[in-house]
Design a protein around this ligand. Sequence first.
Ligand SMILES: [Zn+2]
Length: 122
Amino acid sequence: MAIRTCPICMAKVSAGQVVAYSDTIECPGCRAQFEVSPVSRVLATTLGLMAAALVWQLTRRMGGSLGWVLPVVYAFFGYSVVAPLFLMATADLVTKSAAAPSETTAVAAPGAIGHHHSGAHH
Ligand SMILES: [Zn+2]
């Protein structure tokens, strides 16, 4: 398991990239495209939700006029802090499965080159 390293050229990927572009990450070394592995993502989400539940449990006993809103807000922040932190620490990168080569279609057809200059007057 390579944490935040390119599986192809072993270049380090910055933590910010892993968190911000967890759908598609471009390698700074070889320009390969990969994504955070589903395992890392599921773990981060689970941990974030657990943190959110914990925060909600701790804060929902606080009174006040906004007593029912604040625990939800705190829980949301708990989730949005813990999940990225976990991803930063452990993100396992895999090459993108839908990497279809699409650059071979731009080759010009040989028969269509040039006009027919048949009118040579002289
Ligand atoms: Zn690479």
